[in-house]
Design a protein around this ligand. Structure first.
Ligand code: SF4
Length: 344
C-alpha cells in the first residue's frame, strides 16, 4: 500500500465577500470539493490557469488558507498526523517545522536588510530549534551547501545575487527546519528559462536526497511534465483530471487538459497550426457556471453538460477525469474530438 503523506478530502475553501443587509453575502469558492492523495516522496504537480484555485489549495495544505469544509491530513516521516484545519498552538508549532513553502518571486521574498545567513537562519531562531548561534550557523552552512550556495557568500545581502541564486536562498530557508512536505508555488515562474532548468534539477535532487514530498504548483504544463511523478489539473476550484505525466500527455481525457497541452509552444509549424485555443476567460468562482463548470469554454459541450456536473471517473490505473464524454477524446494534435457538437 502506498504511504500517503498528504490526504485531502472533500476540501472547500470559501471567502465571504463583504456583507449584505438583505439576502446572503456572495461567497468566493476558491476550492470547491477537492479529494487528493499525495504519496510520500512524490513530486506532485498541480496545474491550471490563474484563478483555478491551485495556490489556495497549496496554502490550505500548509494551514494558511481557511478550510471551510472537508479535511487535510499531513503525516510526517515519523508518523505524526497533523489535522491541518484543527491545529492547536503546540501542534501548529511542530507542523510549521515539517511543512514549508517556497515562494514564487525570489526578488521580493527576501528581506533586503538581512544577510543571507540571517535569512536562512530566521526560521531556526523563530522556532527556537538551535540552542546556540554556533549550532544555527552549522545548520545554515549545511543546508546552503546542499542548495549549492557558496558558503563564502553568507555574509552578503540578497541584492548581490542573481535570480537563480536568490531562489537557492529561498529554498535553503524553506529546508533549514528539516521539513517533510514542501509546497513550491510557481517557484521557477519568475526565472529565465535556462535558470528554471537548473532550479528544477536542484529541487528534484533535494527531493531524492532528503526524501521530501513536493506539491509543485505551476501554470505551465510543460514544466510540470518534465519534473513531476504525477499531475493534477485544476479548473475553477476542482480537479478535472489527474494522471502520471506521460499518460496525461499521450491520452488526456478532459478537454481542458487537451487544450492546455495543445497550447504548449512548439517550433513545429504543423503543431502550431493544429493548436487548440481556449476561448474566453475563466469564469468567476463567485458565480460559477451550472453543471460542468467548463461548459462555457468547452468545444465538446452539450445539453447534458449544462445541467449535470461530471464526477472524477477512473480511466485507467492512476488516471481519473471529470468529463461526461472522456472516452470520445483523441490525443491532442492528432484528430478532432470524436464527438459532434450538439449531439445528445
Ligand atoms: Fe466539456 Fe461536457 Fe466534458 Fe464538461 S462534461 S468537459 S462541458 S464535454
Amino acid at each position: 500500500m502506498t504511504d500517503v503523506a498528504v490526504a485531502i478530502r472533500d476540501l472547500e475553501v470559501h471567502y465571504p465577500l463583504g456583507r449584505r443587509l438583505f439576502g446572503t453575502a456572495p461567497v468566493l469558492r476558491a476550492v470547491a470539493g477537492v479529494t487528493l492523495d499525495i504519496p510520500r516522496g512524490a513530486f506532485f504537480g498541480l496545474v491550471g490557469e490563474s484563478g483555478s484555485g491551485k495556490t489556495t489549495l497549496g496554502r490550505a495544505a500548509l494551514g494558511v488558507a481557511p478550510v471551510s469544509v472537508g479535511q487535510i491530513r499531513v503525516t510526517d516521516s515519523q508518523g505524526e498526523v497533523f489535522d491541518v484545519a484543527r491545529l492547536d498552538r503546540e501542534t501548529e508549532r511542530r507542523f510549521r517545522r515539517r511543512a514549508q513553502l517556497i515562494f514564487q518571486d525570489p526578488y521580493t521574498a527576501l528581506s533586503p536588510r538581512m544577510t543571507v545567513r540571517d535569512i536562512i537562519a530566521e526560521p531556526l531562531e523563530l522556532m527556537k530549534l538551535c540552542k546556540t548561534r554556533d549550532e544555527a550557523n552549522a545548520r545554515v552552512r549545511e543546508i546552503a551547501a546542499k542548495c549549492r550556495l557558496n558558503v563564502e557568500y553568507l555574509r552578503r545581502f540578497p541584492h548581490a545575487f542573481s535570480g537563480g541564486q536568490r531562489q537557492r536562498i529561498s529554498i535553503a530557508r524553506a529546508l533549514v527546519t528539516n521539513p517533510d512536505f514542501i509546497v513550491a508555488d510557481e517557484s521557477v515562474a519568475a526565472l529565465d528559462v535556462s535558470i528554471q532548468a537548473d532550479i528544477l534539477n536542484l529541487l528534484k535532487q533535494l527531493q531524492r536526497d532528503l526524501g521530501l514530498t513536493f506539491l509543485f504548483i505551476s501554470h505551465d504544463l510543460s514544466v510540470v511534465a518534465h519534473t513531476c511523478d504525477h499531475v493534477a489539473v485544476m479548473y475553477l476550484g476542482r480537479i478535472v483530471e489527474t494522471a502520471p505525466p506521460r499518460r496525461l500527455f499521450a491520452t488526456p481525457r478532459h478537454p481542458y487538459t487537451r487544450a492546455l497541452i495543445s497550447a504548449i509552444p512548439s517550433l513545429d509549424p504543423e503543431n502550431r497550426a493544429r493548436a487548440e485555443r481556449l476561448t474566453g476567460e475563466i469564469p468567476s468562482p463567485v458565480n460559477p457556471p451550472s453543471g460542468c463548470t467548463f461548459h462555457t469554454r468547452c468545444p465538446m459541450a452539450r445539453d447534458r453538460c449544462r445541467v449535470e456536473a461530471p464526477q472524477l471517473r477512473v480511466m485507467a490505473d492512476g488516471h481519473l477525469a471529470a468529463c461526461h464524454f472522456s472516452e470520445e477524446l483523441a490525443p491532442p494534435g492528432t484528430t478532432e474530438p470524436r464527438s459532434s457538437q450538439g449531439a445528445q
